[in-house]
Design a protein around this ligand. Structure first.
Ligand code: G4P
Length: 536
């Protein structure tokens, strides 16, 4: 890809809000491949969905994330796919650590839904800028003010409408654009590049009433006046700080309002930003530094590991986000966790389902590197600098299962499998100190099935699950050693240790957690393994 400014983003949404549909349209605008019907197909003829794994194919859902790259508006756009199924996994969260901004899809009939709230919590950890698309206005929808109020209250973010809908459902006529004072017609949206445009600088113009009907124009006038009185104008600075979100209305299915969103993203979404790193020995209290993407020396980190993308090769691919300097194929790079030099012979970039060899990659790019089991999520690669990127935490799982081995002779296989799968981020592993039990923690229930399937398929181990008393964990930090020792004594049945030997509190109920927090002032409880608090 030519050296254009990078724009690396992801879409967050609740299942069914239209993420897949809008992705297809964005790729259509990006010219990835255009089929006759305007649906996106990759070169291999399949739809641009990440359906790599057998299970995904069987179930027709998308479990794992992929990266799709295209050029638009003189920017190299990388769209990182976040799995949207109800049983989403930690991959979805982690993907958000590798992007600079997100597009949030909201279903116009439903407003903010559960999964979007969770994903926004993760965005807030890094004050990620958000652009909002309120979808499905061709169907009966909530009132735009109600939707804005709902987003502002539930997600604590200020909405600034950039467009405004004229009607909804069968009466959906189009959108008014605040910047150009024009109305774009929905009816005439067959060619999304050139929808019919009506001058709306004078809302009393007969033309408008004729186009949309007097009632809709009357409502538009009232609405626009209210917007002017109540809503602050768009500020790029506040958008970039994650305080404001520009809001667009449209219909992804009919490719209406999508181009405006893509224009907004490519005009305003941030280029690769400076990121925090820890210096060796990369302990919790090690010194931190900021790495600017313009720095000459290469650095990057792994945010996702995916196994068996191609069953024939039985390979694992580690997805690396380049953060500074230039990554060059076949040049030695330094793996900071093991302090070993490695050469990457066949780094790949992704286009829908296709992979291509890449010679050079720049900050903002995502490259896939072959992994024989040596890499872990969060691993940092450099030109020799001893640094480690931060902010790739594990997020508190809400579901727990105890692992029960069917064949005791396979204990070693099981351990190896669980270790590797947890390094990949397919699941989290916890050890219960008091009993020595092994437990898996997941963000979404499907993760358990994936792990079971893969243990059998790849490690030849049959494992079963049993219930546990836990419904959550909190990572712990203590004011001093005395408090730590007392806490471990008093709560020995709740103490868990994660795959990286970090101490956790196993939560049995919200009530139990609340009580424990109240009783133990010298102990801090964190919802993620990086011990970061939400800012807002
Ligand atoms: P997701 O990836 O966020 O889960 O959502 P997806 O795009 O798969 O969309 C969910 C359903 O909503 C699909 O219908 C899709 O066609 C529909 N949809 C998406 N955007 C719009 C829109 O702007 N207007 C309308 N009316 N519908 C929209 P489905 O029946 O579940 O699937 P399909 O059989 O149409 O593929």
């Amino acid at each position: 890809m030519e050296r254009l400014p990078r724009c690396t983003f992801a879409i967050i949404s609740h299942p069914d809000a239209g993420k897949t549909t809008v992705t297809e349209k964005l790729l259509w605008f990006g010219g990835v491949v255009r089929s006759q019907e305007g649906m996106v197909k990759s070169k291999s003829g399949d739809y641009a969905k990440s359906d790599w794994m057998q299970m995904e194919q069987d179930r027709g859902i998308s479990i794992t994330s992929s990266v799709m790259s295209f050029e638009y508006n003189k920017r190299a756009v990388h769209l990182l796919d976040t799995p949207g199924h109800k049983d989403f996994s930690e991959d979805t969260y982690r993907t958000l650590t590798a992007v600079e901004s997100v597009l949030m899809m909201i279903d116009g009939a439903k407003g903010v839904e559960g999964q979007t709230e969770k994903l926004m919590d993760v965005c807030r950890l890094r004050d990620t800028p958000v652009i909002t698309f309120i979808n499905k206005f061709d169907r009966d929808s909530l009132d735009p003010f109600e939707l804005i109020d709902n987003i502002e209250k539930k997600l604590s973010i200020q909405c600034v409408p950039m467009t405004w809908p004229l009607g909804d459902g069968v009466d959906f006529k189009g959108v008014y654009d605040f910047r150009t004072k024009e109305v774009r017609s929905f009816k005439d949206s067959k060619n999304p590049m050139e929808p019919m445009i009506i001058d709306a600088s004078n809302l009393d113009d007969e033309k408008l009433a004729k186009f949309a009907g007097p009632a809709i124009i009357e409502k538009l006038k009232e609405d626009l006046q209210m917007v002017e009185e109540l809503i602050e104008p768009f500020s790029e600075e506040m958008y970039l700080e994650g305080i404001q979100t520009p809001v667009f209305f449209g219909s992804a299915l009919y490719n209406f309002g999508v181009k405006e969103v893509l224009d907004m993203i490519t005009n305003h979404a941030p280029a690769p930003r400076a990121r925090k790193v820890k210096l060796a020995p990369y302990e919790l209290d090690s010194a931190e530094e900021i790495v600017d993407p313009k720095e000459k020396k290469f650095s990057g980190f792994i945010f996702k590991i995916q196994a068996n993308m191609d069953k024939k090769h039985r390979d694992r691919i580690a997805f690396m986000r380049v953060c500074s300097g230039v990554f060059k194929r076949n040049t030695k790079i330094f793996h900071t966790r093991t302090e070993k030099e490695i050469k990457i012979a066949s780094p790949q970039i992704f286009q829908a389902r296709d992979r291509e060899l890449v010679e050079e990659a720049y900050p903002g790019d995502i490259i896939g590197i072959h992994d024989t089991g040596k890499f872990q999520i969060g691993d940092t690669f450099t030109e020799g600098q001893k640094i480690q990127y931060t902010g790739i935490p594990s997020f508190a799982p809400e579901l727990f299962k105890k692992v029960a081995l069917k064949d005791p002779l396979k204990a070693k296989h099981l351990d190896k499998g669980l270790k590797q799968l947890s390094e990949e981020g397919a699941t989290q592993i916890f050890f219960r100190e008091a009993t020595g039990e092994k437990m898996l923690g997941a963000v979404g229930a499907l993760q358990f099935e994936v792990v079971k399937f893969r243990l059998e398929d790849e490690y030849n181990v049959k494992a079963d699950y049993e219930g546990t008393p836990f419904s959550g964990v909190r990572w712990l930090r203590f004011k001093d050693k005395k408090i730590e020792d007392a806490f471990k004594r008093n709560y020995s049945t709740n103490i868990l240790v994660d795959g990286k030997d970090r101490l956790c509190y196993g939560v049995k109920s919200d009530w139990d957690l609340k009580l424990c927090m109240e009783k133990n002032e010298g102990v801090s409880f964190y919802k993620n393994s990086d011990y970061i608090e939400n800012h807002h």
